[in-house]
Design a protein around this ligand. Structure first.
Ligand SMILES: [Mn+2]
Length: 383
């Protein structure tokens, strides 16, 4: 059985004020073309299809169009679950009707845990789509008071899956979770406030292949039996070094899974450039990726007037500027000290040092002393 696994599309995402919808549409065209070329038996989408529980209408239209092309156009059965960014009820609308057309959408958790069964030359494969749910929702839906966290919620679901699973079939689970040992990025929203929200990999024991969403870096565990396809695009500058891909999995007659990652070519890359503003701007001439989304880490120490306009003249889609030199090391003498107990001179020189990384020189110190003395004189007169 050949499966295409993807997740974390985050349709409608806005990053630094810019809608990524055109970039998402571009890369989804590529995904549909890949399905046409590879002819998988199923497409799995493991949650966070939208970026928000109430997605913008053009994001809804893009999902509608993409799913229609996959299911009707290419005739490939497609399974989709809700992630923590999705609204279960909205995503689940019409799902019983759509299931008859070959599209399985599981928004809300259903205690029945009914599998979708597909067949290939080696026999049947049961797919269990387990949508993301808050632990309190799982506790209520599964009627099990022992469920206090995500680990217990999935442990109980997988116990029930194993107890009813027909052993003559191979098994695939779709879930949206943070499995212990996984590497997180910056753009995932934590699943639990206070706790880790993590799920032990052992809850999936006995399942032939687990298609996960949530972590945005492509990664696998347990010899590839547990797979994160990763997100559709780079959704934060912390992911600048990721290579985004979809996973193509072959499940053999014995249930063994072999995974290939197929890189996606975005319309615009998301990159970090480091150097002085002048270096970055002059480098743009020879840069084939001038339309990329850029974060410039500028190493200049002096003041720069209107740095963003200068940067955008070279990189029109530049999103942000960082000035690490000015960020402040926080190691100054008065750092963390009670600001009410330190002198004005000390406070100012520490601030200057934290902002620039340099000590106040003699002439600046003299100027500062003069200003402070003059200020004190004015205050005395005012009293
Ligand atoms: Mn996500």
């Amino acid at each position: 059985m050949k499966i295409l696994h993807t997740a974390d599309w985050h349709l409608g995402r806005i990053y630094h004020g810019v809608s990524l919808l055109e970039d998402q549409a571009h890369v989804l065209d590529e995904l549909v073309a890949l399905v046409r070329a590879e002819r998988p038996d199923a497409v799995l989408i493991s949650g966070d299809v939208y970026d928000r529980s109430v997605p913008p209408s053009d994001a809804v239209a893009l999902l509608d169009d993409t799913l229609t092309r996959l299911v009707i156009g290419e005739g490939v059965p497609t399974l989709l679950i809700a992630g923590n960014h999705d609204s279960p009820e909205r995503l689940g609308f019409g799902s019983r009707l759509l299931e008859q057309a070959g599209l399985t959408m599981r928004g809300s958790l259903d205690a029945a845990l009914t599998p979708v069964v597909l067949r290939d030359a080696h026999g049947e494969v049961a797919f269990y789509p387990l949508p993301y749910a808050e632990p309190s929702v799982s506790r209520h839906c599964l009627a099990d008071d022992s469920i206090a966290d995500h680990h217990a919620a999935l442990r109980v679901q997988l116990e029930r899956v194993r107890s009813t699973h027909d052993e003559s079939r191979r098994s695939v689970v779709l879930a949206h979770a943070f499995v212990t040992g996984g590497t997180a990025s910056e753009s995932e929203r934590p699943l639990s406030v206070g706790g880790t929200g993590a799920v032990g990999a052992e809850v999936f024991d006995g399942i032939d292949f687990v298609a996960l969403g949530h972590l945005h870096r492509p990664q696998a565990m347990r010899d590839g039996r547990i797979n994160y396809s990763g997100s559709l695009l780079k959704y934060s500058f912390a992911e600048a070094d990721h290579e985004k891909s979809v996973s193509l999995i072959e499940i053999g007659a014995d249930g063994a899974a072999r995974t290939r990652r197929i890189a996606l070519r975005p319309r615009r890359d998301l990159r970090i450039l480091t150097g002085t503003l002048a270096e970055i701007v002059s480098g743009a001439e020879r840069d084939p990726g001038r339309d990329d989304y850029v974060l410039a880490r500028i190493t200049d120490t002096g003041a720069i007037l209107d740095a963003m306009s200068k940067l955008r003249a070279a990189y029109p889609n530049a999103l942000s500027i960082e000035r690490p030199q000015l960020a402040g090391s926080g190691t100054g003498a008065a750092s963390g000290a009670d600001h009410r107990k330190i002198s004005m001179e000390q406070l100012f020189s520490t601030f200057y040092q934290e902002m620039t990384g340099l000590e106040l020189d003699a002439s600046a110190t003299e100027l500062l002393h003069g200003e402070i003395a003059a200020q004190a004189g004015e205050e005395r007169e005012a009293v």
